[in-house]
Write a protein of this length. Structure first.
Ligand SMILES: [Fe+2]
Ligand SMILES: [Fe+2]
Length: 271
């Protein structure tokens, strides 16, 4: 059995330092095999915010995978940085690679960068993937046909939130088709600051588990407290455990078991 910790959206610049410290302690107690942070490290990519995020990341258990979110692009008051070099500050202070890949004996991970500095749509905080990015999923996993656990990390969410004006990543159908044909086990994402866990399929031929993590330590709450997901992985069984910050520390608040079938992952309680 392997343990993965999935956290998201710490938003340094609007982070609660006591909750951040509590998370670091909890994460080390859990002793994960892999730690994944799915974006929005800062508020507006100010250098001081990204420096605080870098200090937080340095304390996370290793190995770790980090990607940027839409808040890690400079705000409109820095138009040159936003439009011409949107990820430069992130790359200087966090990591040069905004789409890292990771492989060990269990995990095979690809990250895709969904934030965009501008676009031909009204809400520039929305996430987009290019056709080329989506096509890289098949190429990446074709290199390791027998690898046990296939994971995609992306900042923007796949599971809808029933609130107007909050959009899932686009183009969702093309992304889900690629997930299905490559038989992905798990997608890790964030952005909505809400914990959502489900297994989804486009056509029914393969279901992928989706972990949408809440904010781990920011004060930008969207109707629920800070939290993170602990994911226990074995060959045919996965448990995604919600941890929620209640009464001064992180506590287990829900448990979503999944079983592997020949058509992907089924929520065990719904099977
Ligand atoms: Fe966020
Ligand atoms: Fe975001």
């Amino acid at each position: 059995m392997k343990r993965l910790i999935h956290l998201s959206d710490p938003h340094f610049g609007a982070a609660d330092p006591q909750i951040a410290a509590s998370f670091i302690e909890t994460a080390h107690n859990l002793d994960p095999d892999l730690t994944v942070l799915s974006g929005d490290l800062s508020m507006t990519a100010r250098r001081s915010e990204l420096d605080a995020a870098a200090r937080f990341i340095d304390q996370l258990p290793s190995p770790r995978i980090i990607i940027p979110g839409n808040h890690d692009i400079p705000y409109f008051n820095h138009p040159y940085d936003r439009f011409f070099r949107p990820f430069r500050r992130y790359q200087q202070r966090i990591h040069p690679d905004i789409e890292p890949v990771y492989r060990d004996d269990i995990f095979d991970v690809i990250c895709l960068n969904s934030p965009r500095p501008f676009g031909f749509h009204t809400d520039w905080s929305d996430g987009r993937l290019s056709r080329h990015q989506i096509s890289r999923i098949a190429g990446h996993f074709a290199e390791t046909p027998a690898h046990p656990c296939r994971i995609l990390v992306i900042h923007h969410p796949l599971l809808e939130l029933k609130v107007s004006g909050r959009a899932v990543v686009k183009p969702l159908a093309a992304l889900m088709a690629a997930m299905e044909s490559s038989q992905l086990d798990l997608v890790l994402c964030g952005h909505f600051h809400r914990s959502q866990i489900a297994a989804k399929s486009l056509t029914g031929s393969w279901k992928t588990m989706i972990s949408q993590a809440p904010t781990v330590c920011s004060t930008r709450l969207q109707g629920e407290p800070q939290g993170f997901h602990e994911i226990l992985i074995s060959a045919a069984h996965v448990e995604i455990i919600q941890h929620t910050f209640i009464d001064g520390n992180f506590q287990k608040t829900a448990d979503f078991p999944f079983e592997k079938t020949d058509k992907g992952w089924n929520h065990a309680l719904q099977a």
